[in-house]
Design a binder for this molecule. Sequence first.
Ligand code: SAH
Length: 261
Amino acid sequence: MTGPLQAGERVLLIDAKRRRHLVTLVEGGAFHSHAGVLAHEQLIGHDEGRTVRTTMNQRFIVVRPTLSEYVLEMPRGAQVIYPKDLGPILILADVFPGARVLESGVGSGALTTALLRAVGSTGHVTGYEIRDDFANRAQRNVEAYLGPDQPLRVEVRDVYEGIEERDLDRILLDLPEPWLVVEHAAASLRPGGILLSYLPTIGQVAKLREALEESPFGMAESLEVLQRSWHVEGQSVRPDHRMVAHTGFLTHARLLVPEAP
Ligand code: SAH
């Protein structure tokens, strides 16, 4: 979205202590906090990026959330994939405009949102999610950020039991036992297609790599992404004391065509 802020949109309000609040703009609405009241009318019809003041003269910056900010603030059922991993996932799985993608599980829809943006209006994402409450929550989260009528279909089903789609370009997995999906993925991807799996523990990675080893998949790689933020204030320029030291490992592989005997 560009242009002046409109009713129905979500905005991020950031206070002097850099605390963030995700707020949906409503005609006649108000945002109440310890810092006083902010009428939505002060925001609707105006540009993002402005600083506005509450009834208690406290400052808030108002911006439209980036995808990364939205993912961190949106309502969660399941744990989401963090922005530090979402970016590399899109590149490692080479998700392109027009791609036909299958994702499982869908969880809170963080990766789904990133995928939909990357495949664009000519692509398509199918999500398999075993829990219907998560499937619904994810669809609401996706639409709240990207708007309605996305090229997305979420099905409540167990991906371990098989994948119906054929000729897929990409398959992305964020679930505990991806080795149970390797055979289904080999049948559902087109030759050269990419499988990517996000896993929290290295034992799971080893087990997945073994399954990939015995499959038509090749060119497998596993890695983790470390992101260290820095404190920059005058002469005090150093790494922050705290960092998110671990989220998950990424494993990706390509579906190869077996050599003719
Ligand atoms: N990547 C998501 C989070 C996924 S959490 C995000 O970024 O928001 C893992 C999800 O996988 C959970 O919602 C869980 O219900 C689902 N799941 C676990 N096993 C599954 C299976 N066999 N088939 C489909 N979904 C499954």
